[in-house]
Design a protein around this ligand. Structure first.
Ligand code: BGC
Length: 371
């Protein structure tokens, strides 16, 4: 899925928008009664999506529109059921982060038939024309930041590089990998890194831009399915398979925080690994503690408050009969979906306090050993 144009969102503009919209909202008196906005999130089992739920709840405290949040628990069938439930409650706008981007087509097509406006949230819904808008972080930039971090922290040449990726059913997994590959590939080609755990990636090491099929071949070997236990098993298998010359000081591309912690735990228990740099994303609390403790190297902070503000801002515009403002588009394999995109921030031990505590995202007393 090619990102058609690069787009930027300024937090301040987003915040101003929501204040203006909130004012319009109270003037209109809201709708009350039936549910106006339905929100469907992929799973409660990953802290990332619990963060989104909490931030939605905080943002909705003062809203006069009625909303309901449902979780799909990693099942497309449950997701469809959730959407059907919300349709029967009379929603006018559906905000949905799909479990599986292609399988969610049926659910949003059912919503569309009822005249409901569909907003894809964080994850794009693919191969359907039933998506009106997409609010997202700059996912290619997430991968670029992870890859660049590994480059900036590698010394010498021949550094073993362990690649891991997200679930192939999630379009974002491709965007993250695309971004990471873009920056890492020249450093693989020039011998800075040696790929340790993917013969498919090894075969493609001289290609700077990969097709979706080529990425699928690599993901087929190194996917974590966004699952910490699958990540752990894969990391154990990889470390068992390699010889000691692919150990020592190593670099690990882990796609998000949940997988990073599982993989880091495996690498830190192998005596032949002297040190490792491991990436992540989401700024999950458990990973912030890992970063403070020196057990995970970095995370990519995606300020969920902004995404929630953008999604709710869009929903309210629709409810008020206006056309939401967008800044670009993403092709989903079927249509160009109008999108609003937010930037991301790299966080490591050095800036964890300024980015996450001083910004009010988390409280200092949620962590130990914070300087
Ligand atoms: C999200 C990440 C998340 C991952 C696993 C991706 O689509 O963008 O923030 O870590 O899914 O849930």
């Amino acid at each position: 899925m090619k990102r058609s144009i690069k787009i930027f969102t300024l937090g301040i503009v987003a915040l101003m928008t929501i204040f203006v919209l909130a004012a319009c909202n109270s003037e209109s008196g809201g709708k009350g009664g039936a549910v106006s906005v339905g929100i469907v999130l992929p799973t409660k089992d990953e802290p990332r999506w619990v963060q989104d739920e909490e931030r939605f709840k905080a943002a909705l405290d003062d809203s006069e529109y009625t909303t309901e949040i449902l979780f799909s628990q990693g099942s497309s069938a449950k997701e469809k059921e959730n959407v059907d439930t919300l349709i029967s409650k009379g929603i006018e706008v559906l905000i949905i982060a799909p479990h599986d981007g292609a399988a969610a087509g049926a659910a949003v097509e059912a919503a569309k038939k009822e005249g409901i406006t569909v907003i894809a949230y964080d994850r794009l819904i693919t191969d359907t024309d039933a998506v009106d808008y997409y609010v997202t972080f700059d996912s290619v930039a997430v991968g670029e930041a992870q890859g660049q971090y590994l480059i900036d922290n590698a010394s010498g040449s021949g550094v073993p590089l362990y690649l891991y990726a997200g679930a192939a059913s999630d379009n974002n997994a491709f965007l993250f990998f695309e971004g990471a590959w873009k920056v890492l590939q020249p450093k693989i080609a020039d011998g800075t890194f040696v790929i340790a755990n993917s013969s498919e990636a090894e075969k493609l090491k001289d290609k700077s831009e990969l097709t979706r099929d080529e990425m699928s071949a690599i993901l087929g070997q190194v996917t974590t399915n966004w699952d910490p236990s699958e990540s752990k098993n894969k990391a154990e298998t990889h470390l068992t398979a390699v010889s000691d010359d692919l150990k020592g000081d190593v670099a690990i591309l882990a796609p998000n925080d949940g997988t990073a912690r599982a993989i880091a735990d495996v690498f830190s228990s192998d005596p032949a690994i002297s040190s490792f740099v491991v990436t992540g994303q989401d700024a999950e609390k458990a990973s912030i503690q890992y970063i403070i403790d020196g057990k995970q190297t970095m995370t990519v902070f995606k300020d969920v408050r902004t995404l929630v503000t953008d999604a709710m801002g869009m929903a309210i515009e629709v409810l008020e009969g206006n056309t939401p403002e967008t800044t670009g588009s993403y092709n989903n394999g079927e249509v160009d979906v109008k999108a609003k995109q937010t930037d991301v921030i790299v966080v490591n031990k050095e800036n964890v306090k300024s980015e996450l505590i001083d910004s009010g995202y988390y409280e200092a007393d949620e962590f130990t050993g914070l300087e």
